[in-house]
Design a protein around this ligand. Structure first.
Ligand SMILES: [Zn+2]
Length: 590
């Protein structure tokens, strides 16, 4: 993996940066003994199991098993590829990467290529919107209230009414059809060949927080073109996963951070028009229900979210239920529902941005809002109505992490519905028992490779005390380790020692790409300390146990082979196997 960037440079970078500082830029870390602890950014959890070791410069989550060094953290958290993570940290460490490390074409990952193609395609579309071909589309946008400046800053474009306009353009830039297809820009024809996905549409590019083009949304100009779908969007590609990003966050993130609040709207124009009018702490969800990943993405900038619903979306139970994810993330969510017939785009154009701003500032809390909607739907004076309302409300209340908040809301709900509080408590208890296991439950770990604790302990000791590696190497072969993962790690450690190198957990990470190996190394770092004076005895014990285990496994294998040789009457082989078996027994007695 680290093939083209010299290993010593990677080590140099890692030695100059501090993983605690790197990770603190993204999530708050709390000191816990020698280490730091946090709620894991990679899976949903209520109590922190994400650990960072300043001594070993690695991180590990005991909940989901995600682990690695500073490079791996950036790759996972910022979705960078390896060279990107390296160059970012190199800059931080004040290290200039050799030119060869930057411009090796082999190193250009698929995602880098796709970003490049998307950028080329966007250049094509924006060029067309500015040209005579896009004149009608541009007039349409201006009439909808967008300014020239907005069209430029959002980089809107136009896809012409042709089957191969983009294909021809990208071809002229040397892009192959298979990459165009991977970027989701073209579709295969039934009888061979390809055609443009976006035709006769206004193009809204979708960016990630670093303003790289992830994909596109294409919208028809007039709803009267009703033989066409109103929207066509990029499919999922290696760089674009639906529900993972938020439209406009690249432009809005600073405003969100400063105002400590994010208003969430749905469509592109619901974002663009208010943004143009000065409401800049906005994002567009591109769907009615938010995903957990979108909630966590917002949480990097603020804990306060205001959902801005059109009147026809307001009160949809599915959308309301999806808001519980914010509560699980300890975020505060409020709701604005616009008057009948309005969406944020039309509302701002007719009533002005200040009016929407006021509504956002005076938004209603989720509890009150949901309760009001439920009361309008079910009769709160009948027993059945009370049961329906309370079950919906309890599913929200049950998600508060804060026990005081939970108790307070239960009290309010009991008063409002005029039912005894203990009955609500009882229902809440049932709800908890029936709920599906959350992702951080130990159940999900079943499929992971189980690492033998003795083997892991030896790996830990080898990382802590290089001088013991030689001793261990005299007594054990990598193949003595029964686990595939541990055997691979140990074989690599032996190799490093032979080359006269040091073994460090964080640099070791550069050589492994699979989760299992990284997890094994990082987990062992957080295993209990082995005291200095005990170490040699522990090492001897481990060696003995591993050898014994190896002996048992070999014995079983030989017995099985002898049985088979006997059945098939293979005398020669049987004799050889017996010999082997006897010498094994002799050795095990020693
Ligand atoms: Zn985790």
């Amino acid at each position: 993996m680290a093939g083209r960037i010299p290993e010593n440079i990677l080590e140099e970078i890692l030695s100059r940066i501090n993983i605690v500082e790197v990770i603190s830029e993204y999530i708050p870390l709390k000191k816990a003994g020698r280490n730091f602890r946090a709620l894991c950014p990679f899976h949903h959890e209520k109590s922190p199991s994400f650990m960072v070791s300043p001594d070993r410069q690695i991180f590990h989550c005991f909940g989901c098993g995600e682990s690695g060094n500073a490079f791996k953290f950036l790759m996972r958290y910022e979705r960078m590829d390896f060279p990107e993570a390296v160059s970012l940290l190199a800059r931080k460490a004040g290290i200039v990467l050799p030119e060869s490390a930057k411009e090796d074409p082999r190193a250009v990952s698929l995602s880098t290529q796709l970003f490049k193609i998307n950028e080329l395609a966007l250049g094509f579309y924006t060029g067309l919107l500015a040209s005579a071909q896009g004149a009608a589309a541009k007039t349409y946008l201006l009439e909808r209230g967008l300014t020239e400046e907005t069209i430029k800053s959002f980089r809107l474009g136009w896809a012409p009414d042709k089957w191969d306009a983009l294909i021809e353009f990208l071809r002229s830039k040397g892009v192959g059809l298979s990459l165009m297809e991977k970027a989701g820009l073209v579709l295969p024809k039934q009888n061979g060949g390809y055609y443009d996905r976006f035709r006769q549409r206004i193009i809204f590019p979708i960016f990630d927080i670093k303003s790289r083009v992830l994909g596109f949304g294409g919208r028809i100009m007039h709803s009267s073109d009703n033989q066409l779908a109103k929207y066509v969007n990029s499919p999922e590609t290696p760089v674009y996963t639906k529900g993972r990003n938020l439209f406009g966050l690249n432009l809005a993130k600073e405003a969100i951070r400063q105002s400590d609040c994010a208003a969430v709207v749905e469509g592109y124009l619901d974002f663009i028009i208010p943004y143009q009018q000065g409401i800049q702490n906005l994002v567009a969800s591109q769907g009615t229900a938010l995903t957990e990943e979108q909630a966590r993405l917002l949480k990097r900038y603020t804990r306060n979210v205001v959902m801005v619903y059109d009147a026809d979306n307001a009160g949809q139970m599915a959308a309301l239920r999806s808001l519980d994810i914010f509560i699980e993330e300890s975020m505060e969510v409020k709701i604005v529902s616009l008057p009948q017939g309005f969406d944020p785009d039309t509302f701002v154009r007719q009533k002005g941005a200040q009016e929407l701003k006021n509504m956002i500032e005076n938004a209603e809390g989720l509890f009150d809002y949901k309760f009001r909607i439920l009361k309008s739907r079910f009769n709160a004076s009948t027993p059945e109505g009370k049961a329906r309302i309370s079950s919906e409300m309890l599913s929200t209340i049950g998600r508060f992490k804060d026990a005081v908040l939970k108790a307070e809301y239960l009290k309010i709900l009991a008063q409002q519905l005029d039912v005894p509080e203990y009955s609500l408590r009882e229902e809440l208890g049932k709800l908890r028992d029936n709920r599906p296991q959350p992702a951080d439950s130990p159940l999900v770990k079943k499929t992971e490779t189980v690492i033998n604790p003795t083997e892991r302990l030896l790996i830990k000791i080898m990382m802590e005390e290089t001088r013991l590696v030689d001793y261990i190497r005299q007594h054990l072969e990598p193949s003595d380790f029964q686990g595939e993962v541990t055997s691979r790690i140990v074989s690599f450690m032996f190799e490093l020692i032979q080359q006269g190198k040091q073994i460090e957990a964080n640099t070791l990470m550069n050589h492994f790409e699979d989760k299992d190996a990284m997890r094994c190394i990082c987990e062992s770092v957080f295993d209990g300390e082995v005291t200095q004076e005990n170490r040699e005895k522990v090492v001897d014990d481990c060696i003995r146990m591993i050898k014994n285990k190896r002996m048992v496994v070999t014995r079983q294998r030989l017995q099985e082979q002898m049985r088979r040789a006997e059945v098939s009457g293979d005398e020669v082989n049987l004799l050889r196997l017996r010999d082997e078996f006897c010498s094994l027994l002799k050795r095990s007695k020693e």
